[in-house]
Structures are given as structure tokens and as C-alpha cells.
Design a protein around this ligand. Structure first.
Ligand SMILES: [Zn+2]
Length: 364
């Protein structure tokens, strides 16, 4: 229970990690958020604007291709009334779109879609672009993780952050097209063991303004990832990998020999007297409360980041993230952890940085 409780309350601060480029590991390409293509500089034109238009066209076309791939044969058209909207269309699209809207859709989002006859139109009006609508549907179908815009997660977080101004007055936040692009690209590069993981249901955007960047949290019997900062570029990929690593560890690893092995090689041990020490109203007591007694014991233990030193769970999530991001110096900095993830957690998975170019083919 302690583990579950910790994981639910765990706060994420993705550490700054230096990227020493070496030829031994694949380097991380530029951010996916811009879907970069080569624009020909033209002094007579506004080159930046030109590139932006071209990029959006390329990215929209990629999203249409993805949608056609994952929704190849529309079923018979059905009609549903969803959150007051009368929609008709393919049953699967309606079902997934309903999940995106969530059990408690944002009122402002629904207001924009009042005159839409189908779910694609509805999602296009809500996300502000056809590309965002199509990518959200592809993520929901391909990964089984729904990029929701429901107030439900927001309300769950409110219970913890009732005093934070960002959580008062706001109704919620809608994913931007750029964020959905980052998310779709990042999910596409996941190893098999992190795809369609049981009980990982939704990823929700919540208002920024708290100290948290993202959080893995329990939502009834399922789990969701709540993101409270703009999901941009590399930070977005890292954040998603970090949170999904928590889920992988919590669902599949936590009670087995792989977890024991990780704790051994990391040098993490539990202080047998931690519960008494955690009651002390001191910085040390707070540290014990936050780590549930798990403190680093070995002075020669290796950590991929400063944040990984917080406790064994953050160590696991950050180490997995470094491995999956293909961070060039991780294998040299923490060879035992690198081998652990390569041989025991992601066997057979070759690190492949997220696809960053909208011209590229869908990897799956
Ligand atoms: Zn974490």
C-alpha cells in the first residue's frame, strides 16, 4: 500500500540532463512539435510564415494518413446523443471520441461543437484543428490511452491542490494540436512492454501553475497521467516516458524479482526505523515521509539525474526514461542500470528516438 500511495502522490520534476554526444548511442533529433520540413529561404517572402504553413500541411497530411491506416473500414453509420450533441458516424469513432470527451466534458469545448453532425467535426472544433482531432483518435485506438479533455482528472487533482490558484475558477485545459503531435510521436516510439499496458487509461491536460509537471495517478480502478505543463518537444517525450515507466513498474514489476534486482543494483534499502523517523517534524522526517523509508545507502550508487536520488521509484522512472530516450552517456554513466533495462525490462527493444519528421512513415 505504501508503494501505491507513494506512486499516486509522486511529483515529477524532470531533471536537466546533459547530453554528451557520442557515436555510441543514437542522438536525439530535434523536437517533434514543429514537424520540420525544408523551407527554401526566399527574401521576397516571409520565410518563417511560409515554413509554418508548409509544416502544417505536411503534418495534417500525416495525420490523415495515420487515421486512414488505423480506421481503414468505417462501419455502418450509427447515431448517438453524447453530452447533448447529436452525432452520427462510425461506431468506433463515436466510442473513442466519447472517451476523449470524458465523463465530464468541458462546457466551453462542447459549446464550440454545437452544430457538428459527427465526431470528427466535434473533435476538430474542440481541438481547433482537424490534425489534432485525427491524432487524438489514432492515439486512443493505437495505444489504448485516451487523450482526454474531461474535467474528471482536473477534479481529482483539485482535491490535492485546493489551495492552488490555478485550480480555482478554471474549468480545465484542452490539448493543443502541437501537444497531440508530440504525444502521438512519443507513443509511437514506445517499446512493446509499454504499449497498451493494463489499466493505463487516459492522459489528461490540467492547468499549469502548480509545482508539478506531470503526475501518474489512480483514477478509480484505473490510472491516468495528468500533465500540468505544456507538453512540448523533448520535455514532452521525457515526461510521458517517465510517467509510463512508473506505471510499468507499479503494474508489472513491483512485486517480482525484477524489482528486487533493481533495488539491489541501485543500492536502495529501507530504513527499518523509518516510520518512527518519518514522524519527526524535521527536514529529515519529511524526507523519510516522502521516500517511505527508502534511502540510498551505497555511496557508489549511480543515478541518472538529481531527481532520481529522491527515492527508488523516481530512480526507476528516470533510469528507464534515460534508456528509452537513448541518452548517449547513460550506458557509460550507469552501466549496471543500462544493462538491467536492456536485458530484463526491454529485452530485444532497440532504442529508437521518437520520429520527429511528419514526412516519416508510421513505425507501426
Ligand atoms: Zn516520477
Amino acid at each position: 500500500m505504501a508503494l501505491r500511495r507513494l506512486c499516486v502522490i509522486v511529483l515529477i520534476l524532470i531533471s536537466t540532463v546533459s547530453f554528451a554526444r557520442t557515436p555510441a548511442r543514437p542522438a536525439l533529433p530535434e523536437a517533434p512539435a514543429e514537424c520540420q520540413i525544408n523551407a527554401v529561404p526566399d527574401p521576397l517572402l516571409d520565410t518563417v510564415a511560409l515554413r509554418k504553413v508548409l509544416n502544417e500541411e505536411v503534418c495534417l497530411q500525416e495525420a490523415r494518413n495515420l487515421h486512414a491506416k488505423y480506421f481503414p473500414n468505417p462501419g455502418p453509420s450509427v447515431t448517438r446523443t453524447i453530452a447533448g450533441l447529436h452525432l452520427h458516424g462510425d461506431a468506433e469513432v463515436l466510442r473513442l471520441g466519447t472517451s476523449i470527451l470524458g465523463t465530464l466534458p468541458l462546457p466551453s469545448a462542447l459549446a464550440r461543437a454545437q452544430h457538428c453532425p459527427d465526431m470528427i467535426c466535434t473533435l476538430t472544433m474542440i481541438f481547433g484543428s482537424e490534425e489534432g482531432a485525427l491524432r487524438a483518435l489514432v492515439i486512443a485506438k493505437r495505444e489504448g490511452i485516451v487523450p482526454t479533455i474531461s474535467q474528471r482528472v482536473f477534479n481529482l487533482l483539485k482535491q490535492d491542490f485546493a489551495s492552488v490558484s490555478a485550480f480555482t475558477g478554471a474549468e480545465g485545459v484542452i490539448w493543443t494540436t502541437s501537444e497531440l503531435r508530440v504525444m502521438e510521436h512519443a507513443f509511437r516510439a514506445l517499446p512493446p512492454s509499454m504499449r497498451r499496458m493494463p489499466r493505463m487509461q487516459t492522459i489528461a491536460r490540467v492547468p499549469a501553475g502548480t509545482s508539478m509537471g506531470a503526475r501518474w495517478m489512480k483514477d478509480g480502478n484505473d490510472f491516468t497521467v495528468a500533465v500540468a505543463q505544456p507538453l512540448a518537444a523533448e520535455w514532452g517525450s521525457r515526461t510521458l516516458l517517465h510517467e509510463l515507466s512508473h506505471h510499468l513498474q507499479g503494474i508489472s514489476i513491483s512485486s517480482g524479482p525484477k524489482w528486487t534486482r533493481f533495488k539491489e543494483l541501485s543500492g536502495w534499502e529501507r530504513d527499518p526505523d523509518w516510520e518512527r523517523k518519518a514522524q519527526q517534524n524535521t527536514p529529515l522526517g519529511l524526507a523519510f515521509r516522502q521516500s517511505f523509508g527508502w534511502n540510498a545507502r551505497k555511496t557508489d550508487a549511480c543515478f541518472p539525474s538529481e531527481y532520481a536520488k529522491k527515492n527508488v521509484w523516481e530512480d526507476y522512472a528516470d533510469s528507464a526514461t534515460e534508456y528509452l530516450m537513448g541518452t548517449p552517456d547513460f550506458a557509460f554513466k550507469c552501466p549496471s542500470k543500462f544493462r538491467y533495462f536492456r536485458d530484463h525490462v526491454f529485452p530485444g527493444f532497440v532504442v529508437k528516438p521518437p520520429v520527429m519528421d511528419c514526412n516519416s512513415d508510421d513505425a507501426n
